[in-house]
Ligand binder design. Structure first.
Ligand SMILES: Cc1cc2nc3c(=O)[nH]c(=O)nc-3n(C[C@H](O)[C@H](O)[C@H](O)COP(=O)(O)OP(=O)(O)OC[C@H]3O[C@@H](n4cnc5c(N)ncnc54)[C@H](O)[C@@H]3O)c2cc1C
Length: 389
């Protein structure tokens, strides 16, 4: 088989790149390891994605936004960061940014479903499902990919969009920083007695982090982070006991909580590829940058990476240039590194600062919040980043 752009991974990053290349002269193929039904009707995975305004605009341009069920889009008006029992809170709200919510929350499986339906009938796209990639060979003119089921595909450009533990990245010989954090994150939709007023809270308490992300009605996505061993005990609780446990761990701030949808647990690891490109190949989405979920930027950055690559590839195709020229791939790498590295470093710094249990670190956290709460410029800069259009 032959195509121009071969994308490995039919997750949100891979499918959005495929869609960004619609209406071009390029023949696009997506190879996805799971069967087609798994990406056509993705199961609920507990993740609620906080979308920046820029991501919302991208999803609209891709024709995926209007495919989302409107009642599953929840406004997030304000975000507060709390430290242990400290009364100081760092707050991000939209005042001065033209009003409207800071972000909109959408379930990850709905985004995946909408992206699948946006590409399903795309004339220049072939979707190959049910087989992963087993080998990759590149030369100056093309790249050849062998699938686990024995088929092979040659392409002009190969794009890895196959998750933070990307097999294609490995087959291309690109190394990555991998930090296994020894902690797990539980995400669980809950109903509660009190109103959240659209406020998201990130509470860094001792030995646990609890975030509450507001969903429509008196519902939230409870996000609990614990050391992996401690999480095993919590994950084994039945729904009634888990509701009580979350109520207790959140100190009843939203009243009594009840589990509304099955909890999902993710072992936490961050990854950052040493390069985002190799001859005739590029990495996008989590395959390039696997962010810690605490600052809610993984998908947003993934969407940005595919938009950057798609723009360069479309420009090259439109002017008859090589869509995998070394200079094009270098520009992609540089642009995405500039967009992602500061966020990746700042997020990891925040995670280290707020999960260090030594007394000195606790004081440093409190000091950061006090200073932060007096630095309207810093607060405004972060808010502007969330609101970027
Ligand atoms: C709990 C949690 C909360 C999050 N919250 C947010 C948030 O609020 N905001 C935000 O922006 N981000 C958030 N994220 C991050 C976001 O979910 C990810 O960044 C995003 O899903 C990455 O998309 P992707 O397409 O790059 O990779 P994935 O979603 O991992 O998709 C990869 C695809 O590739 C396929 N695949 C894998 N290997 C192969 C192979 N060898 N061959 C073929 N196919 C293969 C897989 O089956 C899958 O379909 C969160 C993550 C977690 C865990």
């Amino acid at each position: 088989m032959e195509c121009d752009v071969l994308i490995v991974g039919g997750g949100p990053a891979g499918l959005s790149l495929a869609r960004s290349l619609a209406d071009s002269s390029l023949r696009v193929m997506v190879v996805e390891r799971q069967p087609e039904t798994a990406i056509a009707v993705p199961g609920y995975d507990g993740r609620e994605i906080a979308l920046t305004h820029r991501s919302i605009a991208t999803l609209k341009a891709l024709g995926a936004w209007h495919l989302l069920p409107p009642d599953e889009i929840s406004p997030l008006n304000e975000a507060r960061v709390l430290n242990g029992a400290s009364p100081f809170a760092l707050s991000f709200e939209t005042t001065g940014h033209g009003g409207g919510p800071l972000s909109l929350m959408v379930p990850n499986h709905r985004i995946r479903e909408a992206l699948y339906h946006s590409v399903r009938d795309q004339p220049n796209l072939t979707l190959l499902t049910g087989s992963g990639v087993s080998a990759v060979k590149t030369d100056a003119r093309s790249v050849r990919v062998m699938l686990e089921d024995g088929r092979s595909i040659s392409a002009r450009l190969l794009v890895a969009a196959d998750s933070r533990f990307s097999r294609v990245r490995e087959l291309l010989g690109i190394d990555a920083e991998v930090n296994r954090l020894g902690r797990s994150m539980m995400v669980c939709r809950v109903t509660h007695e009190e109103d959240h007023h659209g406020v998201a809270t990130e509470w860094f308490d001792h030995h646990q982090t609890v975030a509450m992300l507001p969903l429509n009605g008196r519902r939230s996505s409870a996000v609990l982070t614990l050391p992996a061993e401690a999480m095993k005990r919590v994950a084994a609780l039945d729904d009634a006991a888990l509701g009580d446990e979350l109520t207790r761990r959140y100190q009843g701030r939203l009243g009594r909580m009840q589990v509304d949808a099955p909890a999902h647990v993710y072992p936490l690891a961050t990854t950052y590829a040493r390069h985002f490109a190799a001859p005739r190949a590029a990495l996008i989405g989590d395959a390039a940058v696997g962010m810690h979920p605490v600052t809610a930027h993984g998908f947003n950055l993934g969407l940005q990476s595919q938009a950057t690559l798609a723009r360069l590839v479309r420009e090259a195709a439109g002017s008859g240039q090589d869509i995998a020229a070394a200079s094009l791939l270098r520009r992609y790498e540089m642009t995405h590194r500039l967009a992602s590295r500061p966020l990746y470093a700042a997020t990891n710094f925040l995670v280290r600062l707020y999960t260090d249990e030594r007394p000195g670190a606790r004081l440093a956290r409190d000091a950061t919040l006090r200073v932060g709460s007096r630095l309207p410029l810093a607060r405004r800069a972060i808010t502007a980043m969330l609101m970027q259009r």
